[in-house]
Design a protein around this ligand. Structure first.
Ligand SMILES: [Fe+2]
Length: 401
C-alpha cells in the first residue's frame, strides 16, 4: 500500500492531504503489510443521545459541522433518527430513538448522551476479525456485506470498554453518503457571516475512562487485539492534584492517526474526576474527543460566540514565571491565549495549544478538547495539573467533590 492510499474516505472527501494531517494530528508513514490488524483511520464517532434532532442541530450551529446524510422513519428506519455530520476528516453520527422500545432509548436512559461506537476504517475487515478472535476479543458482529445502489461496504464489530464498540468498516467499494440505508441530506442552516469554512479538520484522539485497576488490561487489549503501541505514559504524580488523581496511558495505531488515551482513577483524598464520570455514565466510556484545528484562536472565538463554554484557566497559569520559561516562544502572544483560556505545553518535539469544553450534555461525562499541534506529539502532560484544578472547581460547584 502506498502512503497516498492511507487517506480515509472522509479525509479524501474533505480534500485533506498527508502533510496537513502530519501537522494536525502527528500522522506518520507506516507500512502495514505485516500488521495483523491494520487500521487506516477513524471512520465515524457514533453517539446515542436523548434528542438526535436537536443534538444534530447543536453540532451544526455551534461546532460548524455539515449535515450530509440521514436515516429515519422517512427512509424506512422506524427505530431511530440518525444524522451524519462532518467537519474535515471527522464524521459524527448522531442517533436518537423513535420507537419506544428502541435500544437507543434504553442506552440513553442508563448512560445519558454519549459515544457508543468509535468506528474505524480498515482495509481488510476479515483479517482484523480473524486476529481479534484469536486474541480473545468479543466479536459483536461477524464480517458481512451491506449493499445498495452506491456499492458495498464490508462491516464487522468488536467490543471495547463498557458498552462501547469498534465497528470496522471497509468502504473501498462504496460511494454513498454514509452507509446503505442512509440518504443524502443537507440543512438550511446558514453559517454566520465571515465564519470559517470549518472549525476543526481532524479527530486527534478519543479518551476512554475505565475502572480502577483496569487501565493496564485495556492497554493490553489494544496491543494484543489491535496491534496498537504505547505512545506515552503518565502515572501518579504527573496528573495528581492534592485531592484528585488519575493514571493514564496512551495507545496508537501504526500511522498514529488513531490515538486512545486510557484513564483510570487513582486513589486521592477526594473523588477523582474519573470516578465522577464512571458514576454518572454508569460505567466506562469515552470521556473526551480532541478535535484538531490549524487555528485554535479562531475556532475558540467561533465556539464561544456560539455559546460553547470552556473550562476556565486561572490567570496565575499565565503569570507563573516557571510556565513562561517552560513554554518559550509560541506563534501568538501569551495574552491572546490568556484572553481565551488556551493552555500551552511543550516537549522535545515542539509545542501544542489546547483547551477543554465543559461537559456538553446534562451529565458530567463527555466533553471536547480543541488542539493545535506544532510538532509536539504529546497530550498536554504539563497542563494536567492546571487543568485538573480547573475541573475540580467545576466538580465542586456540582457538589461531587
Ligand atoms: Fe486530550
Amino acid at each position: 500500500m502506498t502512503l497516498a492510499d492511507t487517506l480515509t474516505n472522509q479525509e479524501k472527501l474533505a480534500g485533506l492531504g498527508l502533510a496537513e494531517l502530519e501537522q494536525l494530528v502527528g500522522l506518520v508513514a507506516y507500512d502495514d503489510t505485516s500488521d495483523p490488524f491494520p487500521v487506516t483511520g477513524w471512520d465515524a464517532v457514533v453517539w446515542a443521545v436523548g434528542n438526535a434532532t436537536q443534538t444534530a442541530h447543536f453540532f451544526q450551529s455551534a461546532f460548524g459541522m455539515e449535515l450530509v446524510a440521514y436515516s429515519g422513519p422517512e427512509t424506512g428506519n422506524r427505530d431511530h433518527h440518525s444524522y451524519v455530520l462532518r467537519s474535515g476528516g471527522v464524521r459524527f453520527v448522531i442517533k436518537g430513538g423513535v420507537a419506544p422500545d428502541s435500544e437507543i432509548i434504553a442506552h440513553h436512559a442508563r448512560h445519558g448522551d454519549g459515544v457508543v461506537d468509535i468506528a474505524l476504517e480498515v482495509p481488510d475487515v476479515d483479517r482484523c476479525i480473524k486476529h481479534a478472535r484469536a486474541q480473545g476479543a468479543t466479536v459483536l458482529e461477524e464480517p458481512h456485506d451491506v449493499s445498495d445502489e452506491h456499492g458495498t461496504v464490508r462491516i464487522a464489530a468488536i467490543a471495547t470498554y463498557g458498552k462501547t464498540r469498534h465497528t470496522l468498516v471497509d468502504r473501498s467499494g462504496y460511494e454513498g453518503p454514509y452507509l446503505p440505508g442512509y440518504v443524502t441530506r443537507t440543512s438550511t442552516l446558514k453559517k454566520p457571516e465571515g465564519a470559517p469554512k470549518r472549525l476543526f479538520q481532524a479527530l486527534d484522539h478519543v479518551v476512554g475512562n475505565v475502572e480502577l485497576g483496569k487501565m493496564d488490561e485495556w492497554v493490553d487489549f489494544y496491543g494484543r487485539v489491535m496491534g496498537f503501541t504505547n505512545m506515552a505514559e503518565f502515572i501518579g504524580d504527573d496528573i495528581a492534584t492534592d485531592y484528585s488523581a488519575l493514571m493514564s496511558k496512551v495507545v496508537a495505531n501504526g500511522n498514529h492517526r488513531v490515538k486512545f488515551p486510557l484513564n483510570e482513577p487513582a486513589i486521592a483524598k477526594k473523588k477523582s474526576q474519573i470516578d465522577e464520570y464512571l458514576e454518572f455514565y454508569q460505567g466506562p466510556g469515552a470521556q473526551h474527543l480532541a478535535l484538531a484545528t490549524g487555528d485554535i484562536l479562531t475556532t475558540v472565538d467561533a465556539l464561544r460566540d456560539a455559546g460553547i463554554e470552556f473550562l476556565n484557566t486561572p490567570d496565575s497559569y499565565y503569570e507563573d514565571p516557571e510556565l513562561r520559561a517552560r513554554i518559550g516562544e509560541v506563534r501568538v502572544p501569551i495574552e491572546e491565549l490568556q484572553k481565551r483560556g488556551i493552555l500551552v505545553d511543550r516537549d522535545e518535539d515542539g509545542y501544542l495549544l489546547q483547551i477543554f469544553t465543559k461537559p456538553i450534555g446534562d451529565r458530567p461525562t463527555v466533553f471536547f478538547e480543541l488542539i493545535e499541534r506544532h510538532g509536539s506529539l504529546g497530550f498536554g502532560k504539563g497542563n494536567f495539573k492546571a487543568l485538573f484544578e480547573a475541573i475540580e472547581r467545576e466538580q465542586e460547584l456540582r457538589g461531587n467533590f
